[in-house]
Design a protein around this ligand. Structure first.
Ligand SMILES: CCC(=O)SCCNC(=O)CCNC(=O)[C@H](O)C(C)(C)COP(=O)(O)OP(=O)(O)OC[C@H]1O[C@@H](n2cnc3c(N)ncnc32)[C@H](O)[C@@H]1OP(=O)(O)O
Length: 311
């Protein structure tokens, strides 16, 4: 539905150089829930803000790769309510980053994320509030996955519960040696609610998903590679002083896919996303429209002028 709107939008503007800016703006409405589903963004934002602590830090780099850090180390990077609101704001900023090409999502201080802050969970343990929080996070994580950036979750330490769900809102997952992704929801008397189950099925299939959720299995890097949850394994540094090495390794890995001009990389993400999310005919039409944004564009004309050979 959203990409259909994007496609119509592109059609109206395909001869215009500002098309990508408008495409990005349009994507910010790429939510699953709106007022017609009884979702009231202001109301839940206010409620979440009451559970403070930690932050989501965004660092945009010259390379076109941004780093988003889940930062609440004293609680193993658990998501407080204010961090959920913070994440939504950072996703909005990324939607408007016209020079962006890639994104790395990591946790602070050597671990990824231990899910919802259990203190907040206890305070809003009624189903109504739970579902409002769930709609808020589904909207945000859907927008994160739909960013016109190639995204990677860099998993170090543990990704538990909502933290495991967050990894599925990225295009790829890189696991550091010794790391674990675990959908521990069953142990909490829950199922995923941040869209993690729906995305997991699309990544590892329904058989593997049933095993991971039903057994709350610990996914280490080898198991992650075997079932397709992990896309690569990185060697975790032995000493604290070398902590930045892992991020560097992840940037090197990602740069293989983000090398090139931003409009082309963003177009790559867009055609793959529409192929994944839309029925075939609509995906084809979207692909044609996105193609129209790069055909005859600066990168295309430069390549033609160079008479490129691809040996
Ligand atoms: C969307 C649904 C969800 O996400 S439900 C939440 C799912 N997550 C969990 O249940 C994680 C529960 N926590 C744990 O299993 C352990 O704390 C893990 C992460 C394995 C770390 O163990 P360990 O290395 O022994 O450290 P620890 O337990 O002493 O933790 C350090 C401090 O962090 C805190 N912490 C940890 N996780 C959370 C959390 N999700 N919410 C709130 N606080 C959390 C611990 O309570 C502990 O705090 P303190 O030092 O005792 O004050």
């Amino acid at each position: 539905m959203v990409l259909c709107a994007v496609r119509r939008h592109l059609l109206r503007n395909s001869s215009n150089g500002g098309v990508w800016v408008r495409l990005l703006q349009r994507q910010s409405s790429g939510c699953v829930y709106s007022s017609i589903h009884g979702f009231n963004q202001e109301e839940i934002t206010e409620k979440l803000q009451a559970f403070a602590g930690g932050s989501i830090d965004l660092h945009k780099q010259e390379s076109g790769i941004a780093v988003l850090t889940v930062n609440n180390p004293s609680r193993m990077n658990a998501f407080s309510g204010s961090m959920m609101v913070d994440l939504e704001e950072k996703v909005s900023q990324l939607e408007n980053w016209t020079d962006g090409k890639g994104l790395i999502v990591q946790g602070a201080a050597g671990t990824f994320c231990s899910g919802s802050d259990l203190n907040a969970v206890r305070a809003i343990s009624n189903p109504q509030d739970g579902m409002k929080m769930c709609m808020f996070m589904q909207n945000t994580l859907t927008r994160l996955l739909r960013l016109p950036l190639i995204s990677v979750a860099l998993v170090e330490g543990r990704a538990l519960g909502g933290g495991a769900e967050l990894t599925t809102a990225c295009d790829f997952r890189l696991m550091a040696s010794g790391s674990v992704i675990q959908f521990v929801h069953k142990y909490m008397g829950l199922v995923p609610g941040w869209g993690g189950a729906a995305r997991l099925v699309r990544i590892v299939g329904s058989q593997n998903s049933l095993k991971l959720l039903g057994g709350a299995l610990k996914v280490d890097p080898d198991f992650g590679l075997q079932i397709g949850l992990a896309d690569g394994v990185l060697t975790a540094p032995q000493v604290k002083e070398e902590a930045g090495i892992l991020l560097q390794q992840a940037e090197n890995w990602l740069s293989h896919y983000t090398k090139g001009p931003a409009p082309v990389i963003q177009a790559v993400k867009q055609v793959v996303l529409s192929g994944k999310e839309l029925p075939l005919a609509e995906a084809m039409r979207t692909e044609k429209d996105v193609f129209g944004t790069v055909w005859g564009g600066p990168a295309n004309l430069q390549a033609l002028a160079k008479n490129s050979k691809h040996k």
